[in-house]
Design a protein around this ligand. Structure first.
Ligand SMILES: N[C@@H](CCC(=O)N[C@@H](CS)C(=O)NCC(=O)O)C(=O)O
Length: 211
């Protein structure tokens, strides 16, 4: 049995959960309490020495890093959310990497300073929020244009690329992201959040924490 370690308001953690559901991979979920620093305790470090969520254990294989876990689950299942074709897999990978580095990282900056920092009593860094918003304004047009085709980042079916984008955008409301300039993305996210693979994880971002 596969076990996925996560925290409900960690968008990197949500990606493998969505992938597992979309690919039909049976799994157990273990929530890691970031508030009590469980991720830095010996028991969890034995699973993921990086001390971060997510992580995955499948038999004697234990790995961290959301993108690696997503690819593993997709390959293991044989689902068409990824591809056995080298060239098509590279095109899907390209989107996943773009989303992780240029979308998720900047959503994370804004989310941390607007939502997490006040919650944990830290000072919000307004310049970091401004930088995150500037980079999002520069990078989101790429996904807006791609989704304006047939509603998928790659090809004509749901892939890891789409799931990575949904996970990256999960803090849309808590980070108070202004997506007015991106109507296609906004409508697409609403549709994606109604899909079974999303609803099998949660009804909305942070629902597990009463948000
Ligand atoms: N590159 C990693 C990022 C993981 C990450 O930064 N997770 C955060 C939560 S969003 C975490 O575990 N933070 C706790 C800590 O750093 O102590 C991935 O994609 O899996």
């Amino acid at each position: 049995m596969t076990t996925l370690y996560f925290h409900p308001i960690s968008n990197p953690s949500l990606y493998p959960l969505f992938v597992a559901e979309a690919a039909g991979v049976k799994h157990d979920r273990k929530m890691v309490n970031l508030q009590t620093q469980e991720q830095k305790g010996d028991a969890y470090l034995a699973v993921n020495p990086f001390g971060r969520v997510p992580a995955m254990v499948d038999g004697d294989l234990a790995i961290g890093e959301s993108s690696a876990i997503g690819r593993y689950l997709a390959r293991q299942s044989g689902s068409d959310i990824y591809s056995e074709d080298l060239r098509e897999a590279a095109l899907i990978d390209q989107w996943v990497e773009f989303i992780v580095h240029h979308i998720r990282a900047n959503v994370g900056r804004v989310q941390f300073n607007r939502f997490i920092a006040p919650m944990i009593g830290e000072t919000s860094d307004e310049s970091s929020i401004a930088l995150g918003e500037k980079f999002l304004a520069a990078n989101l047009p790429h996904v807006e244009i791609a989704l304006s085709g047939d509603g998928h980042l790659h090809g004509d079916r749901l892939t890891l690329a789409d799931i990575a984008l949904v996970a990256a955008m999960e803090p849309q409301f808590t980070a108070k992201l202004d997506l007015e300039a991106f109507p296609v993305l906004t409508a697409w996210l609403e549709t994606m959040r109604k899909q079974d693979w999303y609803q099998s994880v949660h009804t909305h971002f942070g629902s597990e924490m009463g948000l």
